[in-house]
Design a protein around this ligand. Structure first.
Ligand SMILES: Cc1cc2nc3c(=O)[nH]c(=O)nc-3n(C[C@H](O)[C@H](O)[C@H](O)COP(=O)(O)OP(=O)(O)OC[C@H]3O[C@@H](n4cnc5c(N)ncnc54)[C@H](O)[C@@H]3O)c2cc1C
Length: 297
């Protein structure tokens, strides 16, 4: 029987890298090597690759912009598929059609230039469409599902389905999609004026610059809100702002941001996460739930 490497080389050599360092694909700048790494350049290639891996019963993990990931320094055994090169974006009337890898800020500025309103609130979220929908990301009272019209979804059993917005349940940082890959999506925008949209986006950017520590690598919020309350407020009240472990620190500006300020390790962040959970539980009886997704050994 042919080895996996040989099979991969025959079919997907151009988009395949063995031992690929994942650090460069995450906003945290943390993470070891993926044994097998693929970066398809179009939707068909992504679908073909997933069918191929499924036919061999191989486990894989799809990453978008890597802005909500904490990857182990010890590396990842699972096959990693990056959607970073799936970049098509197209407008038809008030609808915008995008590949799963297109970044949210890119859609927001494309919509703005076309006088289409709807992404102003989430324009500063640095994720991709696929990661954004998977996480049902949101900010400033809006979420990515608000203007979602439909999406193409390849599930873990190999069915490629087109789903309408109402076929999926969206709640805070969750969806009913289950395991699978968001290949592409369509968003339904409102008509607006570039000037007004621009003004709102600038206000939102200024809000972020004032309230979030954007000058050091992070994954955004480490924890989800707890029963509607900000996790950062609990961490702050537990006295952990500014707490440092190795090259990682709990931000003084926003206590739910754990920053990589000096080439920190996975273990440094992991330590701070455990510490925050323990202290918040001891003081307030509240169990913090991680928003960041961990992968690796
Ligand atoms: C500075 C900063 C600010 C942030 N602010 C916000 C904010 O205001 N609100 C907010 O909600 N989040 C915020 N985030 C977190 C993050 O940007 C979002 O969670 C975003 O949706 C993650 O998208 P991604 O493409 O980076 O996903 P990744 O981090 O690559 O992956 C996250 C999850 O999505 C899955 N995934 C990725 N692509 C696909 C796909 N095509 N199909 C299926 N699953 C997929 C992955 O398997 C993984 O489980 C912030 C992050 C940073 C660094």
């Amino acid at each position: 029987m042919k080895s996996l490497e040989l099979l991969i080389k025959e079919k997907f050599n151009k988009i395949y890298s063995p031992s690929f360092c994942l650090k460069s694909r995450t906003s945290y700048k943390i993470g070891g090597d993926a044994k097998h790494f693929f970066e398809p350049v179009n939707r068909d290639q992504l679908v073909e690759l997933i069918y191929f891996l499924q036919s061999l019963s191989l486990e894989y993990f799809v990453i978008g912009n890597g802005t909500n990931l904490l990857i182990s320094d010890r590396g990842v055994d699972k096959i990693i598929i990056s959607t970073k090169k799936l970049n098509c974006i197209e407008k038809k009337g008030n609808f915008i059609y995008v590949d799963g890898g297109v970044s949210i800020p890119k859609i927001a500025s494309f919509a703005k230039r076309n006088n289409l309103s709807g992404f102003e609130g989430i324009s500063g979220i640095p994720g991709s469409v696929g990661g954004g929908i998977f996480m049902n990301c949101g900010a400033l009272g809006s979420s990515i599902s608000d203007h979602l019209y439909s999406l193409d979804f390849l599930d873990s059993k190999g069915s490629l389905v087109s789903l309408k917005r109402n076929d999926v349940n969206f709640s805070y940082r969750e969806t009913s999609l289950g395991e699978g890959t968001i290949i592409s999506a369509v968003f339904d925008f409102d008509e607006g004026s570039e000037e007004e949209i621009s003004k709102l986006m600038d206000q939102n950017r200024d809000w972020r610059l004032k309230n979030q520590p954007l000058n050091a690598p992070s994954c955004g919020s480490v924890f989800k809100k707890c029963k509607g309350e900000s996790a950062g407020a609990y961490i702050d009240k537990a006295g952990l702002k500014g707490y440092r472990k190795g090259g990682a620190i709990i931000s003084n500006i926003h206590a739910n941001f754990f920053l990589n300020i000096d080439n920190c390790s996975f273990d440094d962040i992991d330590y701070l996460i455990s510490l925050a959970k323990e202290k918040v539980y001891d003081r307030f009886g509240v169990e913090l739930e991680e928003e960041v997704i961990r992968i690796g050994k």
